[in-house]
Design a protein around this ligand. Structure first.
Ligand SMILES: Nc1ncnc2c1ncn2[C@@H]1O[C@H](COP(=O)(O)OP(=O)(O)OP(=O)(O)O)[C@@H](O)[C@H]1O
Length: 275
């Protein structure tokens, strides 16, 4: 169980995350939605400790992760692997080495420096690539892959950490609908094995299609926490504001729409836009 208790994060005068309290049981698939600047990334980054909390605390299975230091902190960062919108691969390294880099944290630094990996690590990396259906790219430079393939390599790298949780920060925001679907399907399959997945998403439809629980943020606060069915148009308006709702909806039609589930009544205007 991940427990986030009254967590606030300030950057100077700016309150990015404002008194957030959430309990996320192991194995949930949670989508965090909200407008740009709502505090979604900062919340994920505090779980993984890329950012520290300004106040409040975060616990995982009774361990206060928001206060961990040194080796214990590195172990926690292995437990909650993070993937990003821009994949963060090393472009001029082959795919399999990129995946094995997921093992760096916790290994002998000299072996890391020399990039020496054991046959077991190589085998595991290949298995992770196979699982994401991209084993055939193992010897290619990462930069030669499509965006969707690169994100799958990033997920394979995350799996090398043997994580308890995957934190995905806008994992499909740079992808076309087909690749977005493949990446979200992969996250859902990984979640089905008991790994908690918490993912920031721009689009309502994706969150509704893939996540059993949706958390809506606005101006640093949690303004909605419920199931896709409970996410009505009125609730969405609270999360995005009247202008933002239109933007979130039309964006979902044009860029990363996957398995779209319209939450808006069809009007002559949006009916014309629909594919
Ligand atoms: N390192 C930082 N320094 C200063 N301000 C920051 C920093 N990181 C985030 N912020 C501010 O905190 C607020 C929340 O940002 P955050 O990136 O968490 O939002 P978000 O919901 O993830 O938005 P987006 O979808 O655009 O990434 C924003 O106003 C942002 O400008």
């Amino acid at each position: 169980m991940l427990k986030i208790s009254h967590v606030t994060r300030r950057f100077g005068d700016k309150v990015a995350v404002d008194d957030v309290t959430l309990e996320i049981p192991q194995g949930q698939m949670v989508g965090i939605i909200g407008r740009s600047g709502a505090g979604k990334s900062t919340l994920l980054r505090m779980i993984n400790r890329l950012n520290d909390v300004s106040s409040g605390y975060i616990d995982y299975d009774g361990v206060r992760t928001s206060e961990l230091k040194g080796k214990a902190l590195r172990a926690w960062q292995r437990d909650c692997a993070m993937i990003f919108q821009q994949f963060n691969l090393v472009p001029r390294l082959d795919v399999i080495t990129n995946v094995m880099l997921g093992r760096l944290n916790g290994r002998n630094p000299v072996l890391n420096l020399l990039q020496v990996f054991s046959p077991d690590e190589q085998f595991e990396a290949l298995k992770a690539l196979e699982r994401l259906d991209i084993a055939q790219t193992a010897t290619q430079w990462a930069q030669t892959l499509s965006g969707g393939q690169q994100q799958r390599v990033a997920i394979a790298r995350a799996l090398m950490q043997k994580p308890k949780m995957i934190l995905a920060d806008e994992p499909i925001a740079s992808l076309d609908p087909r690749n977005a679907q493949i990446v979200m399907d992969s996250l859902r399959d990984i979640n089905a094995e008991g790994i908690t997945v918490i993912t920031n998403l721009h689009t309502l439809d994706t969150a509704r299609a893939y996540c059993e629980r949706i958390v809506g943020m606005a101006a640093g606060k949690v303004v909605f926490d419920g199931t896709p069915d409970e996410l009505t148009t009125d609730v969405a308006r609270t999360i995005y504001g009247a202008d933002g709702l239109k933007e979130a909806f039309s964006e979902s039609l044009t860029s990363t729409a996957i398995a779209p589930v319209s939450i808006l009544p069809r009007t002559p205007t949006n009916a014309q836009q629909a594919p």
